[in-house]
Write a protein that binds this ligand. Sequence first.
Ligand SMILES: NC(=O)c1ccc[n+]([C@@H]2O[C@H](COP(=O)([O-])OP(=O)(O)OC[C@H]3O[C@@H](n4cnc5c(N)ncnc54)[C@H](OP(=O)(O)O)[C@@H]3O)[C@@H](O)[C@H]2O)c1
Length: 228
Amino acid sequence: MKTAVVTGASKGIGRAVAEALAREGYDLALGARSIDLLKGLAEELTAKYGVRVFYDYLDVSRNESVEEFAGKVLEEFGGVDLLVANAGIPMGGRLDELSNEDMERVLQVNTLGVWRTVKAFLPSLKERRGTVAVVTSYISTMILPNAGAYVASKWASRALTKTFQAENPEVKFIELRPGMVDTYFYGRPGRKIEEGFMKPEDVAELLIALLKLPRHVLVEEVLFRSVY
Ligand SMILES: NC(=O)c1ccc[n+]([C@@H]2O[C@H](COP(=O)([O-])OP(=O)(O)OC[C@H]3O[C@@H](n4cnc5c(N)ncnc54)[C@H](OP(=O)(O)O)[C@@H]3O)[C@@H](O)[C@H]2O)c1
């Protein structure tokens, strides 16, 4: 039985990934700040798929929270095979109008959050020759005016992902670069494929397909979006 950690599992892409992994038989460690949502999801997945689901409060913008979460997960399962570093927040606005707090917040969550989460689980992932999937974005190599802080946070998390890979060949690092996905990222979900949106389940199914490839095949990144 393999064990997967999913950050930002309470909603959106992380939640859909958690469900797809449970269906595939993975035991799960789920982290996010909305503990009630995690509790409901854990109960649902255990009842439906019979897998072990651990969940706990996780704020990826804080070192202590990530270290505490990782410590509990490793104690609970003994090790992990897959980390899905998915937790992230949007941030709009011109760079010259952005407050210091907003700039620091988006980098703390989207960039440093990825770094500290991967770092916390890396020894176990190396031991098990595991996989890390980092959800960056379609725009992780592009420029988007009025979203510069978000874009910079994703370029930086792409750079972290590629550097972790170069430094740790025992672990497979996959950069997932979705286009627009219908989640809470844009307020409440309900946007249509015709408007250019994918469903969170589409991202989850792509990841499952990648995980089924032979161990010696590394897909370094996947750039994907909705068509209709
Ligand atoms: N939706 C899109 O169009 C799109 C496109 C490309 C990439 N992405 C990326 O996909 C990832 C998931 O976003 P989503 O679209 O699924 O959005 P979402 O529905 O808003 O979900 C975001 C998830 O991240 C968690 N999160 C936020 N801040 C956190 C923190 N400080 N610590 C721990 N968890 C935190 C949230 O949980 P809590 O609030 O409970 O903590 C939630 O579970 C993000 O990295 C985003 O940048 C999204």
